[in-house]
Design a protein around this ligand. Structure first.
Ligand code: SF4
Ligand code: SF4
Length: 615
């Protein structure tokens, strides 16, 4: 049995933040869950996938976040409690339905989990999605601890049903991936089917209906504001004259800093867990009882600006600061040391940071830049493309493991904005320059948002080459399925959608399917694509070796070794492929036979035929 199905109210369990959210959803009677996986949110749907195989919970990996939200909206309109999860940039993709779903509202509770990524650990930008609550008019909750991540999730479903609105549960990477003790609640029975009641004059957003629904949304805002004022996770603690306001994980840093600096009796802490609408009355009360305020919030100065506006409205003239104090900036995530130092600086406390542990006698750690795995088929494809198109071609890339192709010596990534942008920006490059254009997109990303760009390329007669790197899985976020996977390998009953059929169905005339470990044939196909006067698509079809291992599809070939008598030590292999199984020892190229998966690409690259299978 999945551990999150443990039906033992009161029992304590050590959970990952993302597991706590999943458990909270189950305790709220979750019926329906959808997502597009994205770090740092990916472990939430992973729980739902396994739980759906043991119970009657409905779960799906949808093709993208917009689709996930729309699928969820349908289920919630039938009265089912629904959760939709995504990372912060995913909400950009889902923003179109989000904005109007706020008008239409929901019948069954709907919680949209949005995971922001300060410091961009695995993202292309660092946007602060608290703005989406303000833009859409939807309530937003921000838990602080792992226990709260569970409890706030349960409360979010109740709130959603009470207001008839989706509720956004905002987390950040640090919270998604911390572990903490969680006291379990009850697991109620699940409602698996609802009823859809026709109500077109409230659910079909033609202008006349939407004009009315916008007013309804503003009325719901007023009710949400009342809820925020009474929300148990908005908390005012302490009686001191020094005010500190914090949200999310920063609350924990502030609590530690206050204790470490010995200023607990001087501080009043306002913790804001219902971050939109903000509890204005509570905030005003706080402003009236302190002499100065420090706002500790990662990314944008949203609460800081709200507090300043509130102080102005109420004629309160105390200093209110956040960004610019100590190390509190709009960039990157905070940490306990940075917050402690900033609190000390703002309140004029004589504080010396603890001395760093003396480690000068330790040898420096070797650099470990991110790299494609040993035997990754993307490396072979990049090598072949470079042989055919050289360094002068423009290489728009996309979101996936293959983005690592940006690093030397591969250096096969020139432009990236967002999921699917390689195909559409490829159209622009194809028209904007006479340089050849080769766009790279992964299989999951192709389904996510590459297809519309491809249709655009066909329709507008753009001439470039699109390489679809089909490794049979959504590799970067942890091997989730997508519409093109062999779902049976993962024990799932899902229909496979053929990438080749989709490409041909979009009207592409020049289509090649290659096995990238066969370098010569891959190069020949790429040459044909290069010489074709139009749009070409090359589908590079080879399993991600890690996924192949996990699904027992992996047939390890003979591992390879370097014949030192033949090797001329010019390092072509390392300089062109950078397979991490290769290393240099005593000035000689060697292969780590434990890492090598026997893809044979290095043997095909070596001009001296010095790389040979181990006998
Ligand atoms: S490419 Fe071949 S000859 Fe050159 S260093 Fe590598 S193994 Fe040796
Ligand atoms: S055969 Fe060569 S390229 Fe392939 S995994 Fe082994 S060392 Fe790396």
């Amino acid at each position: 049995m999945h551990k999150l199905l443990t039906d033992a109210p009161g029992k304590k369990m050590l959970l990952l933040g993302n597991e706590a959210i999943a458990r909270g959803a189950l305790e709220a009677g979750l019926s329906f869950a959808t997502c597009y996986p994205g770090t740092p949110s990916s472990e939430i749907p992973e729980q739902f996938l396994h739980i759906s195989q043991e119970t009657d919970l409905y779960f799906e990996y949808s093709t993208n976040e917009k689709v996930a939200l729309e699928v969820g909206a349908g289920a919630a309109a039938c009265g089912l409690r629904t959760m939709v999860t995504m990372k912060h940039v995913g909400l950009n993709v889902a923003a179109d339905p989000l904005m109007t779903l706020a008008y239409v509202g929901v019948k069954g509770g709907m919680v949209i989990v949005n995971a922001d990524d300060p410091s961009l650990f695995s993202s292309q930008n660092e946007q602060d999605n608290r703005y989406y609550a303000r833009l859409s008019g939807l309530p937003m909750l921000e838990p602080t601890t792992v226990q709260e991540m569970k409890d706030a999730t349960v409360a979010a479903f109740d709130l959603s049903e009470e207001l008839g609105l989706p509720v956004i549960l905002r987390t950040t990477t640090r919270l998604n991936h911390i572990r903490g003790g969680v006291e379990l609640g009850k697991l109620p029975p699940r409602k698996t089917k609802g009823t859809f009641k026709k109500d077109p004059f409230n659910l079909v957003t033609v202008p006349a209906v939407s004009r009315k629904l916008h007013q309804v949304l503003l009325e719901k805002y007023d009710r949400a504001l009342e809820k925020s004022e009474q929300w148990p996770y908005n908390q005012l603690t302490g009686k001191g004259k020094w005010g500190i306001v914090a949200n999310g994980v920063s609350v924990n840093y502030v609590r530690d800093a206050v204790v470490d600096l010995g200023i607990a009796d001087k501080v009043t802490l306002l913790k804001l867990g219902f971050s939109w609408p903000l509890p204005k009355a509570l905030m005003t009360r706080f402003l009236k009882q302190v002499d100065k305020v420090l706002v500790v919030e990662e990314l944008e100065p949203i609460m800081e600006n709200e507090l300043k506006a509130l102080a102005q409205e109420n004629g309160i003239t105390i200093p209110i600061k956040g960004k610019g104090v100590g190390g509190l900036s709009r960039l990157f995530e905070y940490d306990p040391g940075l917050v402690r130092k900033s609190v000390a600086e703002y309140f004029g406390i004589d504080y010396k940071a603890p001395a760093m542990v003396e480690m000068s006698d330790l040898p420096p750690l070797p650099g470990r830049p991110p790299n494609l795995c040993a035997g990754c088929p993307h490396r072979a494809t990049f090598y072949a493309v470079k042989q055919v198109f050289g360094n002068e071609a423009v290489y728009p890339t996309d979101i996936g493991c293959y983005t690592l192709g940006v690093l030397p010596p591969i250096s096969m990534a020139d432009y990236l904005i967002c999921m699917g942008s390689s195909v559409s920006s490829g159209c622009g490059f194809a028209e904007g320059t006479d340089q050849k254009t080769v766009s790279f997109i992964g299989d999951s990303t192709f389904f996510h948002s590459g297809i519309t760009g491809l249709v655009n390329a066909v329709h507008n007669n753009h001439k470039f080459t699109l390489v679809i790197l089909d490794n049979g899985t959504t590799a970067m976020t942890g091997h989730q399925p997508h519409p093109g996977v062999q779902a049976n390998l993962m024990g799932l009953d899902r229909t496979r959608v053929s990438i080749e059929n989709v490409v041909r169905g979009c009207g592409v005339q020049d289509v090649h399917v290659v096995k990238p470990f066969k370098i010569k044939k891959t190069i020949e196909a790429l040459q044909a694509a290069r010489d074709y006067d139009g749009l070409s698509v090359v589908i590079s079809d080879e399993f991600c070796p890690l996924f192949a291992k996990a699904t027992k599809q992996f047939k390890r070939g003979k591992v390879f070794t370097v014949n030192q008598e033949k090797c001329k030590n010019h390092r072509d292999c390392i300089n062109k492929l950078a397979c991490p199984a290769m290393f240099v020892e005593e000035e000689k190229v060697r292969i780590d036979e434990n890492m090598c998966i026997g893809c044979s690409v290095c043997a095909q690259v070596c001009p001296e035929n010095a790389i040979v299978p181990v006998k």
